[in-house]
Design a protein around this ligand. Sequence first.
Ligand SMILES: Nc1ncnc2c1ncn2[C@@H]1O[C@H](COP(=O)(O)OP(=O)(O)OP(=O)(O)O)[C@@H](O)[C@H]1O
Ligand SMILES: [Mg+2]
Length: 341
Amino acid sequence: MSLAADARNLGAAEPLMRIDDLTIRFKLGQGLSGIMSDQPKHLDAVDRVSLDIRKGEVLGLVGESGSGKTTLGKAILRLYDAHQGSISFRGTDITRLRGSSLKALRRDLQMIFQDPASSLNPRQTVRTVLATPLLLHRICRPDEVDRKVDEILTQVGLSPTFRSRFPHELSGGQLQRVAIGRALTLSPDLIVADEAVSKLDVSVRSQILNLFRDIQDELGTTMVFITHDLHVARYLCHRIGVMYFGKLLELGPTNEIYENPRHPYTEALLGTLKPTVKDDPDVPVEEAGEAYNPTGETVGCRYYARCPYRVDQCKTAHPPLEDISDEHKVACYEWRRIGQR
Ligand SMILES: Nc1ncnc2c1ncn2[C@@H]1O[C@H](COP(=O)(O)OP(=O)(O)OP(=O)(O)O)[C@@H](O)[C@H]1O
Ligand SMILES: [Mg+2]
């Protein structure tokens, strides 16, 4: 089945996770300007985002550096508290979960990071890395652990001989395989992979992407796959959400996002765009507008300063995420003019 058809079918099911109007707010240090203006400064790294994650899908989150992808990924795992909005998981509100309930939840939600070396203890062998969660959570009896460790190693494409190795004895790709194996030990319902292939060499990158794909095919694990690379997202994801300064600007099935992008920023990311206002030599620099200041009082569309399609309405308020078809949502007042190449 094609990814797009897959995404449509998945649409009928109850979402595994529902993110509703979520804001993650960071307080910023009181620098000189803070003291002078007497204003406590903050940054909404995720700004009123609503999004469903469907059981069994790979949802891509793309967007440039600082757009809030990691913050949203960590919020999904309840590593940050919501300033506003809610998150529900399998129909239960988990927004304010604490203590043992939160600990139990963490077992079902796992994260894989960009740099596996820093997420693995350098003094632990691969066996210890994989055996510890198995024993801690009583997934198997002590006498079954070695068999289970070997099973996981095989699943992530490593031979059982890797059991006795330490992280410094592994290549980047092998390290990432161990990190993926560790995430799989507890059979999580959802894995958030944050730039999990971006530090790897190109050849290794495609192997690890294939591993993610195999895991998805075999186990059907739901994944949120964070990447700044739309081509990586295209390979792996059923749906893609495009973020910019904390806002979700566009969401849809992967094919739709590629073949029928309706947000000027998505067009820009795909490289199919007219030049942005800032790139256009005919627009004087002062008219091109200041880039959005996420800690300031700027109103209007976050993309206003760079947008070649902007109109006066875009200055008034950031556009709401609007359904333009069953599966495709866009936050742009002018979406009808976009992508008409
Ligand atoms: N703990 C924090 N305290 C204050 N600001 C933060 C914190 N973590 C992230 N930010 C800010 O929130 C915004 C979003 O950051 P985030 O790391 O989520 O972006 P990203 O899309 O993952 O970027 P990248 O592609 O570089 O990883 C950035 O402006 C960042 O500086
Ligand atoms: Mg990040």
